[in-house]
Write a protein that binds this ligand. Structure first.
Ligand code: UDP
Length: 483
């Protein structure tokens, strides 16, 4: 392949929350900068991955290479956290990635390798082949600041944060309260703690860090990463806020949509009247919590679309012989009583399309960063129900800083969120005046996101800087090979 355009290799770790934004980043490098892009995918769920690849506007746009699955069963404690398992899987994939990069170098050697958070060990391969190396954080700058600063505070962390319950102080950034902190920071004896320390050391060895955020969303945190404050500095590596990277909606509307689909159902609902409920690709609730959620939705008397990944089969409906197909983990008769108001979607929903539908009035979300971004770019206010990872930090940002979400109250003594609380929150967003204020603030953010991505916007400009570095590096490679 003879070309004057750089070839960039991206590595996506398992999980749709990682793959989806990596694909978007790949698409931008192709469409905005005409780069050649290869995406190396480490997948555990091939069917869902393939469904994402089918969403690509042109299958030839990106060269997607699935790395062979690895067996980590003897390498990690079966009870280890999912993050530990992903990290070990990424480690075991390194030889296959190396071989795959060698085979691509027969065409055009990649100029840069972009890894996501859990792929940072692969940067050693970039060094070996003299490639630029970037880390792509598919989350926000505040989360990055906590992760990158973690090794600096490691020694005091146990005493101050865990034992004395003091907030985590990060130079120039909002402190992280203990109740919002990452689980990975809480137990120095757990493997995930050790792995996170390593990530915090490795990430700043990159040539740059790309983040799925934008300047006007996190101005203070991003500024803190560029200047030394009295407390020090989080990282000296250049940071490039390039977001929001979200999957654009498939052009289903205004073409007639299938009556029997969630989008068909949404077409028949009033504007901004439906609460969309989803906990992402990995969030699960206990069976008692599912019952409370079902009652909360029902008591609110508002419309809803609930993606339930415990469910299987087609949409739930009351069938012809009168039997109510309500699964046994939901309250008896739930589907019959809510048949005119709600839809329970099994397994996986076209979330980007749902959130862009004018009938959606709110999103009850686990605050995964991709879901958060998708809500913001569609101007949809949220109910924050964070479950794990950095979701509690995200919820705090959405409620306390940006004012675009309400947060469900969790009680340490009773981990179940009660039906009355859920009912109240749904009504606060869909019915009460308070929802209007949040909706107007989230629409301001929606505008700010579109501005950042426009050709004169800050995120477009940030990605262009990365592209220029890659172009300069390619020119260097070419003159070396000629000389
Ligand atoms: N998603 C989807 N359909 C579903 C559930 C999730 O399309 O039924 C997509 C969602 O739009 C988002 C991603 O999967 O892009 C989930 O990423 P997020 O960061 O929100 O959460 P995670 O799954 O990583 O916890």
């Amino acid at each position: 392949m003879k070309s004057t355009k750089p070839h960039v290799a991206l590595l996506a770790s398992p999980g749709m929350g990682h793959l989806i934004p990596v694909l978007e980043l790949g698409k931008r490098l192709v469409l905005q900068h005409e780069f050649h892009v290869t995406i190396f995918v480490v997948a555990t769920d091939t069917a869902t991955v393939e469904s994402q690849l089918r969403n690509l506007p042109n299958p030839k746009l990106l060269n997607v290479v699935s790395l062979p699955p690895v067996d980590i069963s003897g390498l990690v404690d079966p009870d280890a956290s999912i993050v530990t398992k992903i990290i070990v899987m990424m480690r075991e994939t390194l030889p296959a990635l190396r071989s795959a990069i060698i085979s691509t170098t027969r065409q055009l050697r990649p100029t840069a390798l972009v890894v996501d958070l859990f792929g940072s060990e692969a940067m050693a391969i970039a060094d070996e082949f003299e490639m630029l190396k970037y880390v792509f954080i598919a989350s926000n700058a505040w989360f990055l600041s906590a992760t990158a600063y973690f090794p600096t505070i490691n020694k005091r962390l146990e005493e101050e944060h865990i034992n004395e319950k003091k907030p985590l102080m990060i130079p120039g950034c909002k402190p992280v309260r203990l109740e919002d902190t990452l689980e990975a920071f809480l137990d120095p004896k757990d493997q995930v703690y050790v792995e996170y320390l390593r990530l915090g050391v490795e990430i700043p060895t990159a040539d740059g860090i790309l983040i799925n955020t934008w300047e006007d969303l996190e101005p203070t945190t991003l500024a803190a990463m560029r200047y030394t404050t009295s407390l020090g500095r989080v990282t000296k590596v250049p940071v490039y806020p390039i977001g929001p990277l979200v999957r654009p909606v498939m052009q289903i509307r205004p073409t007639p949509v299938q009556e029997d689909s969630v989008l068909g159902w949404l077409e028949k609902q009033p504007s901004e009247s439906v609460m969309y409920v989803s906990f992402g690709s990995g969030g699960t609730l206990s069976s008692n919590q599912m019952i409370e959620l079902a009652w909360g939705l029902e008591l609110s008397q508002q419309r809803f679309v609930w993606v339930d990944d415990d469910a299987s089969g087609a949409f739930f409906k009351v069938d012809d012989n009168g039997s109510d197909g309500t699964p046994n983990y939901l309250p008896d008769g739930f589907l019959t009583r809510n048949s005119d108001k709600g839809l329970v979607v099994p397994m996986w929903a076209p979330q980007a399309e749902i959130l862009s539908h004018p009938s959606i009035g709110g999103f009850l979300t686990h605050c995964g960063w991709n879901s958060t971004m998708e809500s913001v770019v569609n101007g949809v206010p949220m109910i924050a129900w964070p479950l794990y990872a950095e979701q509690k930090m995200n919820a705090t940002m959405l409620t306390e800083e940006l004012g675009v979400a309400v947060r469900l109250k969790e009680f340490l003594t009773n981990p179940i969120v009660e039906r009355e609380e859920i009912e109240r929150m749904v009504r606060r967003i869909i019915v009460d005046k308070e929802g209007d204020g949040m909706r107007s603030r989230v629409k301001d953010l929606q505008y700010s996101a579109h501005k950042a991505l426009s050709i004169v916007g800050s995120s477009y400009n940030s990605l262009s800087k990365v592209a220029k570095n890659c172009e300069a590096s390619l020119q260097g490679q070419l003159s070396k090979s000629r000389g």
